[in-house]
Design a protein around this ligand. Sequence first.
Ligand code: ATP
Ligand code: MG
Length: 361
Amino acid sequence: MQKIILTGDRPTGRLHLGHYVGSLKRRVELQNSGAYDKIFIMIADAQALTDNADNPDKIRENIIEVALDYLSCGLDPAKSSLFIQSQIPELTELTCYYMNLVTVSRLQRNPTVKAEIQLRNFETSIPVGFFTYPISQASDITAFRATTVPVGEDQLPMIEQTREIVRKFNSVYGETLVEPEALIPENEICSRLPGTDGKAKMSKSLGNCIYLSDTEEEVKKKVMNMYTDPGHLKVTDPGSLEGNTVFIYLDAFCRDEHFAKYCPDYKNLQEMKDHYQRGGLGDVKVKRFLNAVLEDELAPIRTRRKELEKNIPAVYEILKQGCVAARAEASKTLADVKAAMRINYFEDEELIQSQQERFNQ
Ligand code: ATP
Ligand code: MG
C-alpha cells in the first residue's frame, strides 16, 4: 500500500509556533525523508467558514498568509501538493454521503468539538456546518487515501471519527476506503504548546500566539512578557517550573548546543532548571536565552518569507497547480465511493442491460 500524507490548517490567521511544533515541522521532515509516495497539504478554507460564515474576507486574506508560512518553513511544491479545500468539490460530495453513517449523538460526544463550541459561545446556536465538520474532515482524509495524518493532539478525536466512518463505509459497501493513522509529536509539549499567557493551548482564537512571521522585535516583546512563576519575585527566590511557560517552551525548542552558543553558564536545560529552582536565576536571563533559541529557528523562516513575498502571483500559481493535483486524486476516490454505493448508474453497463432484460420479460 502507498504511504500518503494529508494534513492542513484553517486559514483563520497566520501560523504560529503551536502549528510549527505540533505539525508543520514534522511535515517538512516527513516530506524530505522521501518515505512517502504522496503528500497533500490542505488550506482548510471551507472548514474555516463553518465558524466564520459572516467574515469571508478574513479567510480570503489568510489563504496567502498560510501558503507563505508553508513555503517559508520548507514545504516544497515539487514534493507536496499544496491546495485549497473549497476548490475540490468532490470533498463536499463525499461529506454528503458520509453524513448518513454518523449519528448526531456521536458528533455530540466529540471532546474537541465540545471544547470549541464552548470557546465560540455556540452552546445555544451551533451552525450545522460547524457541528458536522468532523465528517468533512473524514472526507478530506479519505479522499486522498491518506495513511498518515501529522497533527497536534487536539485532532485525535477527529482522526478517530474518520476511522469509524471508514470502517462503517467498508462494512456496508465493501472495502473501499483507507483507515488513516494520526501522527502526534513524540514530545508531549509539542503536541499541545501552551500560549504565551500560560493558557493550555496556543491558538489564533485565544490571541496568545507567537507567529512564524512576527518580526524579531515582536517575538522579543512577546517572550519578555511571557507568563512565568508569579511567586518568583526576586532573583534570589526559588522558582517553580510548574506551568512556567518559558521553561515549557525551552523543553519544546532548546537543544544542548544552544547552551554552548547562547548561555555557556550551563551545559544543558537540566542545569538551568536546577539553578532556577534553587534560586539565584532571574526570569530575564532565562527569557533572553529563550528568545535566542527561538530566533535560531525563526530567523531563516522569516528570511525565506521575505523572498517569497516579492512574488505573490507565483505563490497563487503553486496553489492552483496543487488544486489540480488534489482534484485528480479526490475524483478517483469519489468514483470508487459511488461505485461501491451503487450510484454510478451511467458507468454501469451491466445495470442498464439488466434493467432492459427485466422490462423485456
Ligand atoms: P483556530 O483557533 O482557528 O482553530 P488553531 O490555532 O487551533 O486555529 P488549527 O488550524 O485549528 O489552529 O490547527 C492546525 C494544526 O495545528 C492542527 O494539526 C493542530 O493540532 C495543530 N495545532 C494548533 N495549535 C497547536 C498547539 N498549540 N500545539 C500543537 N499543535 C497545535
Ligand atoms: Mg483549531
